[in-house]
Design a binder for this molecule. Structure first.
Ligand SMILES: Cc1ncc(COP(=O)(O)O)c(C=O)c1O
Length: 436
């Protein structure tokens, strides 16, 4: 970019950052205390932002309120886990019923866990399922099952993919703290030739893939790419693990149903726990049998909270009484319409929106391309991304700094419309930086 462009961007960023500091003095003070007990004042990397994070105090419905007293429409939705919002009466009632009548830490098998398991199997077309406490854990156990079943070790993953805190592929390589670093083969997302060649390598147990890369920028996997992976894997005797941790919200039966895919295993998490910590993995009974404790040599799958009563009740209530199949498809339609409206008002600019349904990515491509098939490949202007975040915060929208939006179910249409108008105002106010 030209020196004038860089100078303008710098000046605008300095102005918004100064206003941010002025508007959020209590967050700033809390951050300077937090660094005394946590490195960087942080216990969750994705929430770290400079100069200091806004500290949130509470959430209600589709909104959250900061320690500085500002209320935001929650467009982060806990990275899709807060689909039910912050005070859904069905979820609250299920939780309160458990607290009052069931008890929290039973330390035994319960009838509710099989009721919940049955419902998840029905909804997501699984033969068998097991529970965990996070999406990360679900993926780790699914990988263990695939390795036990195939008696092979290597796993194909995709650049930009994210399957948990220790299974990430930003920058097209395994993260520095990834598990089993030597066992990954990283192929290119949305590039079937690259996927086929990786899958046909020696010693591959499984291929793990997101149907829409969430953390990678809400990049939609092309249907022919996903189907091609399935075909190549079947030919090579490699299992397919479809990571539905984010995408399970997209239809009643998740992305697999939408794309007509039949992966060997699927993994889940996020909202399916009703807003509580949750993970699950399931699929083919013969593969899941690796964990069947009735057989000698079965893999151990422990976890104190795997079948906790809060999550098995809240998750079940959410899925059966709130996020019914009809609601799921209407919600995805609402998200698709929002993305279309946003792309309409940002035409001819360096701002565009990707994703599917209520999972959206915001991109700031330097050359204005709107065809983003892989994250990290198109050059983006990070300074404009920051400016957007500061501006949307001032307008009362809590979006993810790196450019990610997930919707809360009960967000009113008027707020979606207001967001479209704010984005329109952004590209007009920041025309010197974003107009092509
Ligand atoms: C696709 C995908 N898989 C797995 C995970 C990990 O889930 P958790 O944060 O519950 O460990 C995430 C989290 O964002 C995710 O987006």
């Amino acid at each position: 970019m030209s020196p004038e462009f860089t100078k303008l961007l710098q000046a605008e960023l300095e102005a918004v950052a100064a206003r941010y500091a002025e508007r959020n003095p209590r967050s700033k003070a809390l951050h300077s205390e937090a660094v005394k007990s946590m490195p960087g004042g942080n216990t969750r990397t994705v929430l770290h932002v400079g100069p200091f994070p806004v500290v949130m105090k509470s959430g209600k419905g589709f909104q959250i309120t900061s320690e500085d007293g500002h209320t935001y429409t929650d467009f982060t939705a806990e990275f899709t886990a807060a689909l039910y919002g912050h005070s859904n009466p069905v979820i609250l009632s299920a939780i309160s019923d458990v607290l009052q009548n069931t008890g929290m830490n039973i330390g035994a098998t319960t009838a509710q866990e099989q009721i919940f398991a049955r419902e998840l199997c029905r909804r997501f077309h699984l033969e068998h399922i097991r529970f965990a406490n996070s999406g990360t854990e679900a993926n780790l156990h699914a990988l263990a099952a695939a390795r036990a079943f195939t008696k092979k070790r290597k796993v194909v993953a995709f650049g930009g993919g994210y399957h948990g805190g220790v299974i990430g592929f930003a920058g097209d390589k395994p993260g520095a703290n990834n598990v089993d670093r030597e066992d990954w083969i990283v192929a290119k997302y949305n590039d079937l030739e690259s996927a086929r060649s990786a899958i046909s390598s020696d010693g591959v147990a499984a291929v793990i893939v997101e149907g829409v890369q969430g953390a990678g920028g809400a990049i939609t996997g092309k249907p022919e790419f996903l189907r091609g992976i399935q075909e190549a894997a079947a030919k090579a005797g490699v299992l397919v693990i479809l990571d539905e941790v984010m995408t399970s919200r997209l239809t009643a039966g998740g992305l697999a149903e939408l794309r007509g895919l039949k992966p060997d295993l699927k993994t889940f998490g996020k909202y399916l726990g009703g807003g509580l910590a949750f993970g699950a993995f399931g699929g083919r009974a013969d593969v899941m049998a690796a964990f069947d404790p009735r057989f000698p040599g079965a893999l151990s799958h422990s976890g104190t909270f795997n079948n906790n009563t809060l999550v098995t009740h809240a998750g079940y209530a959410g899925l059966t009484k709130v996020y019914t199949p009809e609601v799921a498809s209407q919600f995805t339609k609402k998200g698709d319409e929002l993305r279309e409206r946003l792309n309409e008002v940002t035409k001819g600019t360096r701002v565009c929106f990707t994703g599917m349904g209520t999972i959206l990515g915001i991109h700031f491509p330097a050359d204005g391309t709107r065809d983003i098939e892989r994250g990290g490949v198109v050059e983006e202007i990070d300074g404009i991304r920051d400016l957007f975040w500061f501006d949307m915060l001032e307008e009362g929208f809590w979006v993810v700094r790196r450019g990610f939006i997930a919707l809360v179910l009960e967000t009113p249409e008027s707020e979606l419309e207001r967001f479209v108008r704010c984005v329109e105002a952004f590209v007009s106010k920041r025309a010197g930086l974003v107009k092509l």
